[in-house]
Design a protein around this ligand. Structure first.
Ligand code: IMP
Ligand code: MG
Length: 464
């Protein structure tokens, strides 16, 4: 066994990089002699949420990180909340990649992220209090990442207030307005923050414009001097971590390092492919990992879709399989409360129309199904296989919100297992009905089942 592991490691760490070095990449080819996933089970993996976020990605990322060298966060901001439990300690990560919890792994916050420097500095302090090492040896932050500023948060809040019952239900972290500024080419970036004089000058202009917007909402403006002081203080804390992440990642690729791109939020919160306008403001789907990191598509080896064994969403917007009774049961078990805002998540049955579409948009090769244990007590479990809108059968979700709201889920029913699954260590140890349920989810999603999770701890992970 030990010898086998040794040979495996030599293949991954020595033979594969050597072959890479001598076979330069050509268009459409990974540049590696064998597809990397034949040499290793990690390679360069994009991990995405296949539903509306909170699929349990944090735990799966942490689990996969054991095999990766580098973990990259490429989109979103501190609207995300990844919960990871190691031993008796619970960590909730918002911006720092979950790789930080494992020694010897490099974590990268890449260009596609919008970053609240004060929140990151706080997160670093919180991790250090829990004895997690955060140094420039294990954390690198892109100088191109856009900053989230207090006026973004204030405008986020005002827009939500103004929308009233049509609100999006954002996390109020200023994510939408920050990406808005990026697209409008008036955003401030980490590189600006690293140059105090330039930062102050640009900030002054931005505060002026944004205070006019806030005034139009009838809200109080933000104070330039206060922001300047706070942000410049955070800047000095973050300075050691800031650099060119694109160059770093390309050098790592050349050296044959294996990268895990950890997605935040989920497919249906994607700005282009989600349930617009009830989405977040970044590309949460697989393509976002490329633009958000500067790593080209043909360097990516596989896409892993993470999904719950049922469905949840926080915030407003259509949710075809939502079921309050099922939600009450999960909340009663103490499950499904948001890790960023503490809000009770909306819950519903597994929606295979959604996951199939997620498979298409992301090019999902493998799936990881989490929270299987949440279904342990049920006698029968529903799975939505398609929608009906009027008399029309729909295999894919309509892109129009009103049409999606109009869709009725069509279900099949599967027998439950009514046995605790949290101690199962192998697929064979799961009750036969749970095995059949998992196989059904994979079949309907049209992807390969590779991981099943039966609890929040690292050990409660079954690899197929
Ligand atoms: P925003 O990203 O704060 O603008 O929120 C937009 C929508 O995305 C809201 O419905 C949020 O609840 C949802 N959202 C944002 N981040 C997450 C997340 O990490 N998990 C689940 N939902 C999220
Ligand atoms: Mg979350």
């Amino acid at each position: 066994m030990l010898f086998g592991n040794f040979v495996w490691e030599v293949l991954r760490r020595v033979v594969s990089p050597l072959i890479c070095a001598f076979l330069p990449a050509r268009h459409g080819c990974t540049g590696k002699f064998l597809p990397p996933y034949l040499i290793t089970d990690m390679a360069n993996t994009i991990l995405v949420g296949a539903q509306w976020g909170d699929e349990g990605k944090g735990k799966i990322i942490d689990f996969l990180t054991e095999k990766a060298d580098i973990v990259v966060r490429s989109q979103g901001g501190n609207n995300a909340g990844h919960t990871v439990i190691v031993g008796d300690t619970k960590y909730i990560l918002h911006l720092i990649p979950s790789g930080i919890l494992r020694a010897g792994k490099k974590c990268v916050i890449a260009n596609g992220v919008v970053l609240d420097p004060i929140a990151v500095a706080k997160e670093i302090d919180g991790l250090r209090e829990k004895k997690v090492k955060v140094t420039k040896a294990n954390l690198l932050i892109s100088d191109c990442a856009h900053l989230v500023l207090p006026y973004h948060r204030a405008i986020d809040e005002q827009r939500e207030l103004k929308k009233g019952k049509n609100k999006i239900g954002t996390t109020k972290r200023g994510i939408g307005p920050a990406y808005g500024d990026k697209a409008a080419r008036v955003g401030l970036r980490m590189s600006d923050l690293m140059q105090p004089e330039l930062f102050s000058q640009k900030l002054k202009e931005r505060v002026k414009e944004n205070n006019a917007v806030l005034e139009a909402f009838g809200a109080k403006g933000v104070k330039f001097k206060e922001i300047e002081a706070e942000y410049l203080e955070a800047a000095e804390k973050l300075r050691p971590f800031v650099g060119n992440t694109v160059v770093y990642l390309h050098e790592a690729l050349k050296a044959g390092k294996e990268i895990l791109f950890e997605g935040a939020q989920g497919t249906f919160l994607d700005l282009d492919h989600g349930t617009y306008p009830y989405v977040t403001s970044s590309n949460t789907t697989a393509g976002g990992a490329c633009t958000g990191s500067g790593v080209p598509p043909h360097r990516m080896d596989r896409v892993l879709g993470v999904m719950k064994a049922y469905t949840t969403r926080v915030g407003e917007g259509p949710f075809p399989t939502e079921n309050d009774e099922f939600g009450d049961m999960l909340h009663g078990m103490g499950r499904e409360f948001g890790s960023t805002t503490g809000r009770a998540r909306r819950c519903g049955w597994f929606d295979a129309v959604a996951t199939r579409y997620a498979g298409m948009v992301n090019g999902i090769d493998d799936i990881a199904v989490t929270n299987l244990d949440g279904l342990d007590s049920l006698a029968t479990i529903k799975i939505c296989t398609h929608y009906k809108r009027g008399n029309k059968k729909l295999e894919v979700p309509p892109s129009d919100m009103l049409q999606l709201t109009d869709c009725k889920p069509v279900y099949i029913e599967m027998p439950g297992w009514q046995t605790p699954t949290h101690e199962a260590k192998t697929f064979g140890e799961l009750p036969p009905n749970a095995q059949a349920y998992l196989h059904k989810l994979a079949e309907l999603t049209q992807a390969k089942l590779t991981i099943a999770s039966v609890g929040p701890n690292r050990e409660q992970t079954i690899v197929l």
